[in-house]
Design a protein around this ligand. Structure first.
Ligand code: ATP
Length: 357
């Protein structure tokens, strides 16, 4: 195993008029579990296919360690792949399907048995090991495909493209933590494509967020949640996503409408900005306590474990996630306070500063 490095790699499907993947330089570090997250059409599969060799980049070079693999086909890259739908030998037993990639590479018999049993145990396949694959339901078949992708030890990377799509939601939860466990066990470099933030956040050491063919931020799940570098990351990660309100910087202060919400921190020339604050960092009270915005409550959504208090600030939605025990009434005018370490300033969607009390 080694780092996988993309050097100025980009891809255009239309001769350079538009870029599905804008030229980028990027390193996938050895033994790390990455989630490649972004909405449909942002270029996730294009990027994954370039790493696997299914697609040649329009520009740039790809390195596996110190080996330039740019023109090496998939078969010569020594990677394992798991797709959205099961890819199995249907006539073979589950055991033989799991053992196949190992027998193909002449692993010793005892090691094959040990690896197959370990993966089978982790993925809950023990009772199915001697059944024919075609007799399993599609969800279980996909778990076997996942096992086939993870069973080898010496791969350069395991690439997974939305591998849990056909699995029912209850089982997905279990599988995500199993995947984490298997990753700890095998130390593979994993690149896991998904458009589902929960999947990405629960599984990955590092989440790479793609938008319109470029990486807008990468980091641990906590970094992306607590410190979004781009408005898009604030919206895309979190439930509900980050609030964004138009604001103004003047005389070192940040105002939303007439209300001062704090001091501007950062190299900020005066002028319009946008304030981003997650619902988790908005506190609601009947009186002004710290700098905050006065607004009328539009509605309260009771979500069980918490409530969402929705307000209107000059035509923009502001949502606060509050304790289920607190009481707020639609129509009441309240104060919405922003926690200083949870509110950020954005210009042209990119973070340019933060707020101090
Ligand atoms: P999804 O989650 O829907 O699979 P994605 O993030 O994986 O989306 P890609 O499939 O990589 O995105 O597509 C990126 C862009 O490239 C999209 O605009 C898509 O329409 C375009 N595209 C993808 N494959 C082709 C192709 N074979 N020919 C032309 N355009 C393509």
């Amino acid at each position: 195993m080694a780092d996988i490095r993309l050097e100025g790699v980009g891809h255009s499907y239309d001769g350079g008029r538009t870029w599905a993947l804008k030229p980028m330089t990027w390193t996938w570090r050895e033994a790390r579990a990455y989630a490649l997250l972004g909405p449909s059409g942002c270029g996730k599969t294009t990027l994954l296919n370039i790493v696997s060799g299914l697609l040649s980049p329009t520009v740039g070079r790809i390195w596996f360690g110190d080996r330039d693999v740019t023109s090496v086909p998939t078969a010569g890259r020594n990677i394992a792949q798991v797709f959205q739908f099961p890819v199995l030998y249907e006539q073979m037993s589950v055991y033989d399907n799991l053992a196949f990639p190992l027998r193909n590479r002449r692993y010793p018999k005892a090691e094959i048995d040990q690896r197959v049993r370990r993966v089978s145990q982790l993925l809950g396949l023990d009772e199915h090991l001697h059944r024919r694959s075609r007799r399993l339901d599609p969800g279980r078949q996909q778990i076997v495909s996942l096992g086939r992708g993870l069973v080898r030890s010496e791969v350069a990377a395991v690439l997974l493209d939305e591998p849990l799509t056909v699995i029912d939601p209850a089982l997905k939860w279990t599988l995500r933590s199993k995947l984490k466990e298997i990753h700890r066990d095998t130390g593979h470099t994993l690149i896991y494509v998904t458009h589902d933030q929960t999947e990405a956040l629960t599984f990955a050491d590092e989440v790479v967020v793609l938008k319109d063919g470029e990486v807008v931020q990468s980091g641990t799940p906590a970094e992306l949640f607590l410190s979004p570098a781009h408005e898009f990351v604030g919206h895309f990660i979190g439930s509900p996503g980050m609030n964004v309100l138009p604001a103004e910087v003047a005389g070192g202060l940040v105002r939303v409408g007439e209300a001062v919400i704090g001091r501007a921190v950062g190299e900020l020339p005066p002028g319009p900005v946008r304030v981003g604050v997650r619902p988790e960092f908005v506190r609601v009270s009947a009186a002004r306590e710290t700098p905050g915005v006065k607004a009328r409550v539009k509605g309260v959504d009771r979500m069980g474990a918490y409530h969402l208090v929705r307000a209107d600030v000059d035509g923009h939605d502001l949502v606060a996630k509050v304790d289920a025990g607190s009481h707020h009434t639609p129509g009441a005018v309240e104060f919405f306070h922003f926690a200083a370490d949870g509110a950020f300033l954005f210009r042209d969607e990119v973070r340019c500063g933060s707020i101090a009390p």
